[in-house]
Design a protein around this ligand. Sequence first.
Ligand code: TGC
Ligand code: FAD
Length: 392
Amino acid sequence: MGFKFQAFDFLHLDSSFTEDELLVRRTARDFVEDNLVPIIEECFRTERFPRELVPVMGELGFFGANLEGYGCAGMSNVEYGLVMQELERGDSGFRSFVSVQSGLVMYPIYTFGSDEQKNTWLPALASGEKLGCFGLTEPGFGSNPGGMTTTARKSGDEYILNGEKMWITSGTIADVAIVWAKVEDEGGRVRGFLVEADRPGFSAPEVHGKWSLRASITSGLILQDVHIPAANLLPGASGLKSALMCLNQARYGISWGAIGAAMDCYSTALQYAKFRKQFRGQPIASHQLIQDKLVWMVSEISKAQLLSLHVGRLKDAGKVGHQHISLAKRNNVWMALETARMARDILGANGITEDYPIMRHMMNLESVKTYEGTHDIQALILGQHITGIAAY
Ligand code: TGC
Ligand code: FAD
């Protein structure tokens, strides 16, 4: 069962993309169609991350795609966004893995790391030979990471880390974790550390039983007297702001990714509506209420595309503010979740089965709405920007 994905371009936006951008999108779309679509339902059902696809993505330059050098593809931010769109058309959990590896692990090493850290980690992360995770959230501090209780204490030429992180994508399979901790000797200033997964005292128990992002690994990180060399401190990262800068990378990618999930839901709903007949042998697509839902989807997906493309062009021009990225993440994930719900409705009972990708996208998008700053936290970020008053 199911339908083959049918791309659509209602506003003729393809004429706004360069040939390189269209080529990158084609490559990512083919990768997803050939490699991910055939296995994703099985992966989701069995809670399996398809790790066998990691080297292929490394070859295609998907990791740290918008970074220069160190084996990275040096794509523009728009090209990177198009990769995210296509990956999430396959599955949000799969896109999550790439977001974390790229925006939350490679970006901080690239931006805040020493030359030695960059040379050691970036080429191996770019090829997928090494995997990473990003530990900011704690059991007691999600939306408010500044309250974190994980600590780092300087002792000679080492730091000793203690604390717990929670909800960490790829934690169990990561070779290295970017851990954010308060440094006791610096009055509790937040700093970033590279923690290799084989350090004694470090463990990453996997979270099971999620009804969302089941093809993605989510873990806790436990740090009990973990000794790391002082050289594992990211020298350029100082204060919570550094961690929040990383979130901008991932939130930007999510704004594109959500469009991909929505496009898949719309494509499925449109084909189903033309095929499924109810009342006088008419396709349900002939009913006004169904058409209204399809029109809503096309309108909102098209607006979301314009938004992400514009924010991407601003980012490429070095003119983007984190408030622009918050607006795109918030709007596009909301749009995708609404699209998934309407598409599920159009498929009736069939919409709840794994024969179609819609329910999986819908369940995934519930996490996407929450992580990287919830829908409401993005509203408060925007509210602060507009009014100058923080309402957290
Ligand atoms: P606040 O005092 O407002 O900010 C501290 C400093 O940081 C600046 N800042 C930012 N800078 C760059 N980018 C941003 N997005 C920034 N947001 C704030 C701010 O201007 C300030 O600078 P300065 O120079 O004055 O020191 O900090 P706060 O503690 O009051 O918190 C603000 C708040 C709520 C917006 C922030 O904490 C927040 O964004 N909370 C949401 C937490 C979150 O998004 N967590 C994500 C964890 S990672 C994840 O979910 C991965 S999911 C996997 C995947 O991506 O697929
Ligand atoms: P809370 O902060 O407890 O929020 C609960 C509710 O209260 C939300 O609706 C929120 O909007 C609302 N709320 C909170 N504060 C306010 C306020 N001031 N005003 C109004 N409403 C408020 N984190 C990482 O560090 N690394 C990862 O790799 C990572 N991966 C994740 C993967 C998955 C599958 C999930 C689900 C989460 C992941 N996270 C990760 C954590 C994620 O970033 C947090 O879940 C998110 O920031 C929200 O925190 P919380 O779940 O503790 O919710």
